[in-house]
Structures are given as C-alpha cells and as structure tokens.
Design a protein around this ligand. Structure first.
Ligand code: HEC
Length: 204
C-alpha cells in the first residue's frame, strides 16, 4: 500500500509547478495580437489615410474660417477633434476612435499612450534625419488595430503654435495660456513635425 501511494504524491508535486508555467505561458499568448496580414495592413492604411485626410481638411478649414471671423483667441477652441461634429460622425461610422497626439501637448488630455509615444519618437528621429514619414499600422491588442500618420505644421498653424512674439502674436498667446497654463505646444516653424493622427479601429 505504502509503495503504491508514493509515486502519486511524487507526481502531483512535480506537476503543479509545471502546470503553472504552462498556464502562465498560455495566458501570455492570449494577450499577443495575431500579426496583420499584408491585405489587412493595406486595408487599414487606406481607411486610416482617408479618415486622417478628411479630419485634417475639416479641422484646418474650420480653423481658418474661425480666425477670419473672430481672430486667434476666438478660433483657439476649434483646434480640437472634439469641436467638430464631422469627426464624431466619422468615428461612429467607422467604429473608430480618432484623436491627435504629440510629444509636446497643449491639452494634457492629448498625451500619448505608450504605443503612440513609440511611434512619435520614431517619427521625430526620422524627421531629424530628413527621411519621409509614412503612416504606420499595427495591432495593439487582440481586438484593435491602430493607424498613425504624421501631422506637419502649415503656415496657418504657427499663429497658435509658433514662436511667441515672432510668428505668434504675444497677446494672442496670453489668451491661449489662460486656458492652457501648462502648454508645451509652441515654438514650431512651418514644416516641423507637430504630432500625429492616432486612429484606433475595432479589428474586423
Ligand atoms: C487658433 C489657434 C490654433 C491654430 C490656428 C491651430 N491650433 Fe492646434 N491647438 C490649438 C489649441 C487651443 C489646442 C488644444 C485643443 C484641445 O483642447 O484639445 C490645439 C491642439 C493641437 C493638437 C493636439 C495636441 C495638443 O497639443 O494638445 C495638434 C496636433 C494641433 N493642435 C495641431 C495643429 C496644426 C497642425 C495646426 C494647423 C493646421 C493647428 N494646430 C492650428 C490652437 C490652434
């Protein structure tokens, strides 16, 4: 009897750590998103580009209009993705979250998530080397695919993101600082990398 029970006890104690490792590994694998196929990549690049272009056109059009109507302090709230009903309907229609982020933000709600910061740093390094910045598509978890594309500074942008007292009027900047006391998004020149579009799609 004693002889028969021994191997059992021995097996169980050996098995428990082994099983925990197997479970841990399996748990780790569940979090790993499956790599995107080339066809999927192409599909999300096209979708993302379309949405980013439409959003950028709507935002800059509305901004230029608002500056014309009421000057820079009046126009400032329009440089926001939440200020445009079009972006809201584009997001809903595409089951996507459209936002903009940057290494130097004006509104802290636009701070980059870790995956966004990684791409922003990559864009910054490429832009310093004078390389062309391309859209990026990647699976960020099991259910979501992210699209990123660079945002460059146009002549219109330096009125609010330019150099204080040079390309940006000092009094206008005072007004902006009142709403955004922790602002970091100034000092840019035309052509600089300002940030990026970040569009997160539900994976189909
Ligand atoms: C009239 C002033 C004004 C103009 C012109 C303007 N911006 Fe902004 N920008 C702002 C304000 C104010 C915010 C913060 C918006 C918010 O609360 O989300 C902002 C935010 C941003 C952000 C989000 C990241 C952050 O810093 O919070 C990006 C990216 C951006 N602007 C890019 C641009 C680009 C590109 C242009 C030119 C096409 C431009 N802006 C023109 C005032 C302006």
């Amino acid at each position: 009897m004693i002889i028969a029970s021994r191997p059992n006890t021995f097996n169980m104690t050996r098995l428990i750590p082994f099983l925990s490792i197997v479970l841990l590994l399996a748990g780790g694998c569940v979090q790993q998103p499956a790599a995107l196929t080339d066809a999927e990549k192409q599909q999300y690049v096209e979708k993302g580009k379309g949405l980013a272009q439409a959003s950028f056109a709507a935002l800059s059009g509305r901004l230029a209009e608002a500056i014309e109507q009421g000057g820079v302090p009046y126009a400032a709230p329009f440089c926001s993705v939440t200020a445009l009903p079009l972006l809201d309907s584009l997001s809903k229609a595409n089951n996507a979250v459209i936002r903009r982020t940057s290494l130097k933000v004006r509104n802290s709600a636009n701070q980059p998530a870790p995956w966004e910061k990684e791409i922003l740093l990559q864009y910054e390094a490429q832009s310093q080397k004078g390389e062309a910045l391309k859209p990026v598509v990647k699976a960020i978890n099991l259910n979501e695919v992210a699209f990123a594309a660079p945002i460059s500074v146009l002549p219109l942008c330096v009125k609010c993101h330019g150099k204080v007292g040079e390309t940006m009027d000092a009094a206008d900047y005072e007004a902006i600082k009142k709403t955004y006391p922790a602002d970091q998004a100034f000092g840019y020149a035309e052509g600089d990398l300002r940030g990026m579009w970040s569009i997160v799609f539900k994976r189909e």
